[in-house]
Design a protein around this ligand. Structure first.
Ligand SMILES: *Cc1c(COP(=O)(O)O)cnc(C)c1O
Length: 455
């Protein structure tokens, strides 16, 4: 048998030249996005006020199978890609499993996650169109950091509204964004009408993602040449993230491997949609039949307990409505939940694939997630982001099942990032202060009540 190295690197020439659009191979398309003003299917022009034109076209394009990656974007990708595919030999050994475990590591850049893959593309197209600034919100800070890096490269000013509680709890995240010239503002703030109003009503508030989004959006629509950008959920983001899966597939081909199971954590679905893209293509076209597994927190279970319904992609209710698995944009995850992946909805593409039976979903409790994270860190020397550790948990569980059945399955999972800014969460786990809150059906009903009425 061929001796497979621990780390399988692609050469720079093997960096993909195109992104892959999964929709081109789907038997049935996700339901169309609706313009909330008219409740009619959104037209590409409807999106121009929200997204830059090229990205709006990507958002709506269900037929173009491959999109050329502009040379300027590939040049930036080359600073940190191709990213390694790693064989988890040490983890396999400590688990005593016959399974072969591989992971694709996306934490090899300063933003510490896969989010840079789409941030670079979005900043590039904004610059191309002649826009002069961007705004966004950030909760935990990964998206803000990735976008700050991308905007600084293309010389585009960026304002980031950071939820105040994170701004105070994660001072070093803020410092990294400032290194990349990001203008970080704790939200709510006095720089917008909506922020000032909230501050007046609730002077001591520590903010929320919804509020930060509203501020970022107000800033974008009241500033000439400015747009608001999102880091997940959207079809365009999944398209950019397909680079993760394309590289993984090439690397596996080089060692004559093909996954029996592909596993990824799911917040808004961008890393998962990107990782599975070429494997799902094989499944849709009948070339192969890998199992595809989405992993979500038990405290924010959009796929496993959500409803398949039209909802707003953003809490600020300005993007078109999408049909997706959702807990309702009014759903507020428990404050005890430390592991990220708090988004109320799920990528419409993944939602449709899940609805049509091409994908499975599992939910995991956060103490089990941190247990897996620590076992992984000790055996693979990478301290994973709590989000990524959801995928680790599910991969370990699959590998342990293989141990029982004696099957030597090949498992591929996405290791989306590193967890150095999440040490408060790690500490709370190590101090046995972390709890496993699972919402009751009544808790979830409150979120479902916030769903827009569409018939
Ligand atoms: C944002 C993030 C996620 C979840 O987002 P998706 O859009 O679902 O991929 C997962 N892992 C890390 C490290 C992140 O920063």
């Amino acid at each position: 048998m061929k001796n497979i190295p621990h780390r399988i690197y692609l050469s720079e020439e093997q960096l993909p030249k195109q992104w892959y659009n999964l929709r081109a191979d789907m038997k049935e398309q996700p339901d169309p996005m609706l313009n909330p003003a008219t409740m009619q299917p959104a037209k590409v022009e409807d999106l121009y006020s929200v997204f830059c034109e090229e990205l709006a076209k990507q958002e709506m394009d269900t037929t173009t199978r491959y999109f050329d990656i502009p040379e300027e974007i590939r040049e930036v990708y080359k600073m940190y890609r191709p990213s390694p595919l790693i064989r988890a030999y040490h983890l396999e050994k400590v688990l005593g499993t016959p399974a072969k475990i591989y992971y694709k590591f996306e934490g090899n850049n300063t933003s510490g996650s896969h989010k840079l893959n789409s941030a670079v593309a979005q900043a590039y197209y904004a610059k191309q169109q002649g826009l002069t600034s961007l705004t966004t919100e950030t909760g935990a800070g990964q998206w803000g950091t990735a976008l700050a890096e991308a905007c600084s490269y293309f010389g585009l000013p960026l304002t980031i509204y950071m939820v105040k509680v994170s701004y105070e709890q994660k001072p070093f995240r803020k410092a990294v964004m400032r290194v990349f010239d990001g203008n970080v503002i704790p939200s709510p703030s006095n720089t917008t009408k909506v922020g000032s109003k909230i501050l007046e009503e609730f002077p001591g508030t520590t903010g929320s993602l919804g509020c930060a989004i509203s501020e970022a959006v107000e800033k974008a629509v009241t500033t000439d040449g400015c747009r608001y950008v999102l880091g997940s959920v959207l079809n365009q983001v999944l398209l950019h993230q397909s680079i993760i899966g394309l590289e993984s597939k090439t690397a596996m081909e080089m060692i004559d491997e093909y996954p029996d199971i592909v596993i990824g954590c799911a917040g808004g679905g961008s890393n998962l949609g990107g990782l599975i893209a070429p494997f799902m293509q094989d499944k849709l076209t009948g070339k192969a039949n890998p199992r595809i597994v989405a992993v979500e927190p038990a405290s924010c279970p959009s796929l496993t307990r959500g409803k398949y319904a039209y909802d707003f992609c953003d809490t600020g209710k300005i993007t078109p409505m999408a049909k997706m698995y959702t807990l309702g944009s009014g759903f507020i995850p428990s404050a005890n939940h430390a592991g990220g992946l708090r988004y109320h909805g799920m990528s419409p593409i993944l939602s449709k694939l899940y609805h049509d039976g091409y994908m499975e979903a599992v939910s995991v409790e956060q103490t089990k997630v941190f247990e897996a994270a620590i076992l992984f860190a000790k055996n693979e020397t990478i301290l994973p982001a709590p989000e990524s550790a959801h995928a680790i948990r599910a991969a370990i569980d699959e590998a342990l099942r293989c141990k029982e059945t004696g099957e030597a399955k090949t498992i591929l999972f996405g290791l989306t990032g590193t967890g150095y800014f999440d040490m408060t969460a790690y500490e709370s786990y190590l101090d046995h202060k972390m709890t496993d809150y699972i919402p009751t059906d009544e808790d979830l009903q409150k979120g479902f009540d916030s769903l827009p009425k569409v018939d």
